[in-house]
Design a protein. Structure first.
Lengths: 256, 314
């Protein structure tokens, strides 16, 4: 399913959170959205989800305008992994993942079965009965990923999925996201850490879009030669590119 | 966890049924009369009212994501009190629709305040805290009006109002059951049916929206469906304190926060709690009956403090 943002602007208290954003994500594409804090990355995801209504322009999912879709229809097309998943009730992993099946209007038994399948697919089948508060950060993030799977929407919007995780868990989360991508999902992935993207696999297929002050600053790909310079400008740093096993690692330094 | 749920359910039912035998014993025909015409209907009213208040409390705590929300948070009790005071101070006798003017007026007051608040929630422009604030504002306004009415009332009306405001299960055969049951039925069935979206909401409002829940409609439905039953209960029994606040918390401490178990067990637990409190009210003072509201608060509050302090230590 294709996700399109057409000249989307969102103005809140006289501030332009999104400024005429033009973006499209074809079926099966992956777009990494990078940019400094407050650039509007999360706002863009929330607009794509229909949680925020554009002041002007429109968001389309397939052939439908998001604002015109019912909540369940929307949930059937796009699913979200928010940046902060804490703050809710301390339910068991199984209940959390089963809740993501809400759009199917099915008996809880069916939801629970699908939830167990999803938990097994992300490698945490054994935590199903445990409360979220007793899980490690990495386990919790995998439970959230299982929720994305269980909702079974073709477009996934993922907001900083590896925040606060140790390196092993960061790589694991990106590897799992890469699997979802290869299984045919379309993804927008908000991140600060450009180097983690290579764990998705297929680096030349990874699109990278830079955002600053509510605008799309550039669109490129992970392997494009001018990406380091574009990122450097975006973040106001000097971005050094170091070769590593045929790939490249980007290292931010203070600007000269 | 499963064992706890089964234990809780069985214990609630057994204790509630045993309460039929609590009180002075009688023999022969008197016994049958006391049993079938006095205690059984009173048990049924107590169970209906307790279940409605407790389940509504659990649902309100979920939609407001606030542990202190109660069935009265949206002004239901204050509206009923205002209505009751008006009827008492104007000293209108007789009845309407087969109930006393006092009850009808309390029910009308309760519905007015809650419709006002749920109407605001239905607009979808208010956040959950705005709706909560609106409920508090409506409560304060209704209480202020009630104080005005009290100020203008005579001593007899004041005593009657004070008695009403303590809350008790009146002794009137099956009338109360047949009057409350339709309203409470809508509340109990409606709220249990909304358990699934409420569970999503408990995980976060925006996440629930993204998972397909119409949060504005859900809030409105819960407020409306719950308030109908609560209005009927408060109109008939007066404001019974603490049931709607404490029972859901007790249940949560025992079986956890999942709405899938919390809602049905609040239903069962609320019914049992009020029935048990009522039997204690029957025997606490020899020869006199305490208002059940006194017992619910006296029993419920320490129980909650005990359980909370125990769960903090674990």
């Amino acid at each position: 399913m294709k996700l399109t943002l057409q000249e989307v602007s969102i103005v809140h208290s006289a501030r332009k959170l999104l400024d005429n954003v033009e973006l499209s994500l074809e079926t099966g594409q992956l777009l990494a959205l990078v940019g400094p804090n407050g650039a509007g990355k999360t706002t863009l995801l929330r607009a794509a989800l229909g949680l925020l209504t554009p002041t002007s322009g429109q968001v389309r999912l397939g052939d439908a305008v998001v604002a015109g879709l019912g909540p369940r229809e929307r949930a059937a097309r796009v699913a979200w992994l928010p940046q902060h998943t804490s703050g809710g009730e301390d339910l068991s992993a199984l209940e959390v993942v089963a809740a993501a099946r809400f759009r199917f209007d099915e008996p809880f038994g069916v939801s629970a079965r699908e939830a167990r399948t999803a938990l097994a697919r992300v490698g945490v089948a054994e935590v199903a009965e445990r409360a979220l508060s007793t899980l490690s950060g990495g386990e919790r993030q995998r439970v959230a990923l299982a929720g994305l799977l269980a909702q079974a929407a073709p477009v996934l919007l993922v907001d900083e999925p590896a925040n606060h995780l140790d390196p092993a868990q960061q790589i694991e989360v990106y590897r799992l996201l890469g699997e979802l991508w290869r299984a045919g999902k379309s993804l927008i992935l908000v991140t600060h850490d450009i180097n983690l993207l290579r764990h998705l696999g297929d680096a030349e297929q990874v699109r990278v879009a830079g955002m600053a002050r509510g605008k799309l600053a550039f669109e490129s790909s992970l392997t494009a030669p001018d990406l380091p310079e574009q990122l450097g400008q975006l973040f106001g740093v000097h971005m050094r590119a170091l070769p590593l096993d045929g790939q490249r690692v980007l290292m931010p330094e203070r600007p000269a | 966890m499963k064992r706890r749920i089964v234990f809780f359910t069985v214990a609630s039912l057994v204790l509630a049924i045993l309460s039929l035998w609590v009180g002075p014993s009688f023999s022969g025909e008197t016994r049958d009369f006391v049993f079938l015409e006095l205690r059984l209907p009173r048990l049924l009213v107590g169970a209906l009212v307790g279940a409605t208040l407790s389940l509504s409390g659990a649902a309100f705590q979920a939609i407001f994501n606030n542990a202190l929300a109660t069935p009265s948070t949206v002004g239901t009790t204050a509206g009923a009190t205002l209505g009751a005071l008006l009827a008492l101070s104007l000293d209108v006798g007789g009845g309407v629709f087969g109930v006393s003017v006092l009850t009808a007026s309390a029910f009308g007051g309760a519905l007015m305040t809650t419709l006002l608040v749920s109407g605001l929630a239905a607009s979808g422009k208010l956040s959950k805290n705005d709706v909560l604030l609106a409920g508090i504002a409506v409560t304060l306004a209704a209480s202020a009006l009630a104080s005005g009415v009290q100020f203008a009332s005579d001593a007899r009306a004041l005593v009657a109002a004070a008695q009403w405001s303590l809350g008790q299960l009146p002794q009137v055969g099956y009338r109360g059951v047949s009057l409350i049951a339709p309203f409470a039925g809508v509340t109990l069935i409606g709220l249990l049916a909304l358990g699934r979206p409420l569970q999503n909401l408990a995980l976060g409002e925006d996440l629930a929206k993204s998972q397909g829940v119409n949060v504005t409609r859900l809030r409105f439905l819960v407020l409306l469906v719950a308030s109908l039953g609560v209005a009927a209960c408060v109109a008939w029994c007066g404001p019974i304190a603490f049931v709607g606040l404490i029972v859901p918390h007790l249940v949560r401490l025992l079986v956890g926060p999942s709405l899938r178990t919390l809602l049905p067990l609040s239903f069962i637990g609320g019914a049992a709690f009020l029935v048990i409190c009522d039997s204690i009210a029957r025997i606490a003072l020899p020869g006199r009956e305490l208002p059940v509201g006194v017992i619910t608060a006296a029993l419920g509050a320490p129980a909650l403090v005990f359980l909370v302090s125990r769960s903090r230590r674990e």
